[in-house]
Design a binder for this molecule. Structure first.
Ligand code: NCD
Length: 307
């Protein structure tokens, strides 16, 4: 039995639940490679409602559902092409879509929308990103990647770089990692893009060792994980403010050379300039493996919620 009905926030994911999902993700990955996957979700339908752009999240959810034998109803540009244009509320949209689909994945530009959708939905709702709020399935992909790359989730030294204010992936990742002992966090961001105080407070309450620093080069040498984020241009009110900070931190080959042997470089993607393409050949660059892992954790999540 899986204890969650919806997945809206990473705070719903205990270490025991993570363990359950990651064990299943490992099994599904092995079966996928051996082409022995069972069509466990045959006859079930997943609706993906995306009010913001996406490549990885939507396609990996749709691939996950199809690999498990299910099918997909997809609204990829819901902000312009759904009844939202006519003024329909999320609650009404979800009430209707839940009559056609067995689960709903939603990405929206406003924080809190996934929670509002879940409150109105008789079928499972999964938050695929709500504004600058959270992105819990990316945090699943991220923690699964750290576990596969480093073999552990405890006693990690994690450096987070870039847009810590609007970057919803790290708003979900940090509370997840904080459940494991021995976490040490270094925050590297322009002053205008610092981590929200509410999340910083959560970390310190949990006893996490957190520091804010300005220099990436001086911070990376002891890191187990360097997690780089894109500056979220779409969240800025003024283009000039975005232009002033967009390339504040760039991880290039020179910086990568400072990392220790067993470190891992991560990014939820898409990347702009914040990781130079020359870094891709470094075996520690895990971001494309991270995107692939997203498929298996989403398969594990869908089969757990719908199985
Ligand atoms: C992230 C997102 O949408 O928050 N992308 C993703 O889902 N892999 C990160 C980003 O867009 O910068």
């Amino acid at each position: 039995m899986f204890e969650l009905k919806h997945l809206i926030s990473a705070s719903q994911l205990s270490p025991a639940l993570l363990q359950q999902l990651f064990t299943l993700a490992d099994q599904l990955q092995t079966q996928d490679k051996a082409r022995t996957l069972e069509p466990a979700l045959r006859g079930r339908i997943l609706a993906t409602l995306f009010y913001e752009p996406s490549t990885r999240t939507r396609l990996s959810f749709e691939a996950a559902m199809q690999k498990l034998g299910g099918s997909v109803l997809s609204v990829e540009n819901a902000r312009d092409s759904s009844s939202a244009v006519k003024g329909e509320t999320i609650a009404d949209t979800v009430r209707v879509v839940s009559g056609y689909a067995d689960a709903i994945v939603i990405r929206h530009f406003e924080e809190g929308t996934a929670a509002a959708a879940a409150a109105a939905s008789p079928v499972p709702v999964i938050n695929a990103g709500d504004g600058a709020g959270e992105h819990p399935t990316q945090a699943l992909a991220d923690t699964y990647t750290i576990l596969r790359e480093l073999g552990r989730l405890d006693n990690l030294r994690v450096v987070l770089v870039g847009d810590l204010l609007y970057g919803r992936t790290i708003h979900s990742l940090l509370p997840l990692l904080a459940q494991f002992p021995g976490l040490h966090v270094e925050l590297v961001s322009p002053p205008a893009l610092r981590l929200p105080g509410t999340i910083l407070d959560q970390l310190t309450t949990r006893g996490v060792d957190v520091h804010e620093t300005a220099s990436l080069d001086e911070t990376v040498q002891d890191a187990d994980v360097v997690y780089v984020t894109r500056v979220q241009g779409e969240r800025f009110a003024f283009a000039a403010e975005y232009e002033a900070v967009k390339d504040a931190y760039v991880l290039n080959l020179k910086t990568a050379e400072r990392l220790k042997q067993g470190a891992v470089i991560m990014h939820a993607l898409p990347r702009l300039n914040e990781i130079a393409p020359e870094v891709d050949l470094d075996p520690r660059a895990a971001y494309f493996r991270q995107a692939r892992n997203g498929l298996y954790v989403r398969m594990a999540l869908l089969s757990s919620l719908l199985g």
